[in-house]
Design a binder for this molecule. Structure first.
Ligand code: GLN
Length: 495
């Protein structure tokens, strides 16, 4: 039999329903795998093993009862172990956001997205590592040390949701939650050989997600195939009265079991995404995947997104501006550890000075500057205008094509230390992922090859708002006839 930790979510759901395995066995297999592999991967900030076993035992009772009464819904995730990025609150569990400033902060409530999965019966194994406040592309900005890429531990897993990506790739579990503000689900999914969905802004509630860039933040999932993502998406998506920016648009349940033909699907190739400076193997693999989609019936068109080059400066004004406001609340009074000093102002300064890491401080300063009187119009105001142009580029493109295909990142997973002392080089990592966040549209990453060092290469498909179903169906069709998504790092078996 396949190892329990190798099962994807849908396969595990089916076996749990039939009583062929128990949630306890599945959860214990995950915990064993974590014990073996975690010393070299470091995917977690907080492991919740004890609680997980309690949740698994409860799930088993429910599964048993449901089996007797024939009531277990096919699409539930009852008894499935998952991991949760440590920027999403889980009541009673430490939530650090990868920052020392929240080192001892216990979440008083649960994020809506997580709650919906808990209501469906998932088991939470723990909270995964992230760049501090989700600012970064490698987990090197975490206040708790970096996570390592299971395909090669000398390379980063990507970020900021690198902990969840590493955990799913190292076969701790089949599904992880992440967040994507500028690429933080898609890029680590790509670096770790996974499928990762960034949803339309507002499609999944942000309630209980510690805010980074409020107008850009989205919650989503990383898994090993489109089907598992669809399962989680169906459970998490939808209007939430607790999040004023959550969309009231009804959710179309995604059913990948229905027949779907790529024939006639129009895929646009934006020339601005196929530029010099991209690793040749990445370019090649993405082009080969596009050719395969074409041979399956899709029609390929060149499109133009003229303001693509502006996305990077626009994002690095808007995101820090929003972050500087969002992070003002961490002052040692309301959350986390408090430094002691003679007076209040000195206490604030010391708490923030010692609690925040370098990158977070850099962004607070950038953002405060961009928002300050006299500079607001020149920087923040201007950036908002260009953001609208970026959004319009996509609107225009989606008049002639259904989806847009592009690379996820300029390179495969880079080595530790390669970009960490050069913030601009690190920011360049995000050049292909930021536009979707600025436009609020969904994007899906999935594996389409490996480079010569056997590091995974991903492709990114982007779609019009609320086209998550089309994205996942297209990916599912591709995964039916390819096996890149089935490869696993050797470390998962021999740490
Ligand atoms: N890497 C980008 C940044 O550093 C995106 C992060 C994210 O999506 N959370 O801001």
């Amino acid at each position: 039999m396949e190892k329990l930790t190798d099962l994807n979510t849908q396969a595990a759901v089916a076996m749990l329903r039939k009583g062929e395995i128990t949630s306890m066995e599945l959860t214990q297999a995950s915990l064993d795998q974590i014990e073996r592999v975690e010393p070299v991967i470091h995917a977690f900030i907080t492991l919740t093993a004890e609680q997980a076993l309690i949740q698994a035992a409860a799930a088993d009772i429910q599964l048993q009862t449901a089996r007797k009464n024939g009531t277990n819904p096919v699409a539930s995730m009852l008894g499935i172990p998952i991991v949760v990025k440590d920027v999403l609150c889980l009541k009673g569990v430490r939530c650090t956001c990868g920052s020392r400033i929240l080192d001892n902060f216990i979440a008083p409530y649960t994020a809506s997205a997580v709650q919906k999965l808990l209501d469906a019966g998932v088991v939470v194994l723990g909270k995964t590592n992230t760049d501090e406040f989700a600012m970064g592309s490698s987990t090197e900005n975490s206040g708790y040390g970096s996570s390592h890429n299971p395909w090669n531990v000398n390379h980063v897993p990507g970020g900021s949701s690198g902990g969840s990506a590493a955990a799913v790739s190292a076969r701790y579990t089949s599904l992880g939650l992440g967040t994507d503000t500028g690429g933080s689900i898609r890029q680590p999914a790509s670096f770790c050989g996974l499928t990762g969905l960034k949803v339309t802004y507002g499609r999944i509630s942000r309630y209980g997600l510690v805010a980074y860039g409020s107008s850009l933040d989205t919650v989503g999932a990383l898994a090993r195939n489109a089907g598992d993502i669809a399962l989680a998406f169906n459970l998490m998506a939808g209007y939430d009265p607790l999040d004023a920016t959550s969309s009231r648009q009804p959710v179309d349940e995604i059913n990948l079991g229905l027949p779907f033909e790529l024939k006639g699907l129009k895929i646009g190739i934006p020339k601005e995404y196929f530029i010099t400076g991209v690793q040749e193997e990445v370019n090649q693999a993405v082009r080969t995947a596009i050719a395969l989609l074409e041979s399956m019936g899709a029609r390929i068109h060149e499109v133009s997104l003229p303001h693509t080059a502006e996305a990077l400066p626009v994002y690095y004004l808007i995101a820090p501006a929003e972050a500087s406001a969002n992070l003002a609340r961490f002052d040692g009074v309301r959350f986390g550890p408090r430094a002691t000093d003679d007076n209040m102002a000195a206490m604030y300064k010391k708490t923030r000075g010692t609690g925040f890491g370098t990158e977070v401080k850099r962004r607070i300063m950038l953002g405060t500057y961009a928002l300050s009187a006299g500079y607001y119009d020149a920087y923040y105001g201007q950036a908002q205008k260009v953001r609208t142009l970026i959004k319009r580029d996509f609107e225009a493109a989606f008049e002639s094509v259904d989806l847009i295909a592009a690379p996820v990142a300029p390179s495969t997973a880079f080595r530790f230390g390669e970009h960490i002392n050069d913030p601009l080089a690190m920011y360049l990592e995000d050049v292909f992922t930021l536009p979707a966040n600025l436009a609020g549209i969904p994007g899906l990453t999935f594996p389409v090859g490996f480079d010569q060092n056997k590091l995974p290469i991903g492709i990114q498909l982007m779609g019009a708002p609320f086209s998550e179903g089309l994205l996942l169906k297209t990916c599912h069709a591709y995964q039916q006839i390819t096996n890149f998504h089935l490869q696993k790092p050797t470390l998962a078996d021999h740490p």
